[in-house]
Design a protein around this ligand. Sequence first.
Ligand code: FES
Length: 151
Amino acid sequence: MGFKLTEEFKAKAEKICTQYPRRDAALIPLLLELQKETSYIAEEGMDYSRVKAVTTFYTMFNREPAGKYHLQVCRNISCHMAGAPGLLERLRKKLAIAEGETTKDGLFTLSCVECLGACGLAPVIQVNDKYFENLTAEKVDALLENLRHEL
Ligand code: FES
């Protein structure tokens, strides 16, 4: 019997991943569910489960098509204390989108992420693969303007 990944299994896998605070912890439950479905763990199933668990844990992987600029606002303690909630609110208003959404023109996606590892330079926003640190409301406004002009 060959391996076939059904839509039903994909939906179950999605649900399993949301049940764990650390999504990499979903790997074993995903494999158990897969084994229940197919009676064994085929190579393709291993790949799928590992990839699913990893991509749902690490915020560096987008699971939806993202805008040209992916604004990832750090929400952990140092950034929180240094004003990240205000910056997030400012971005929400300026871009007229909520967290997890992309602007209609496809330019910006807004997300919140866990610690970016630059706590001493909080608050931090990652835009694609670049960090912007020690941010203020004014710097965020300038950042948006610069990104718009990079077009
Ligand atoms: S808390 Fe934001 S970079 Fe660590």
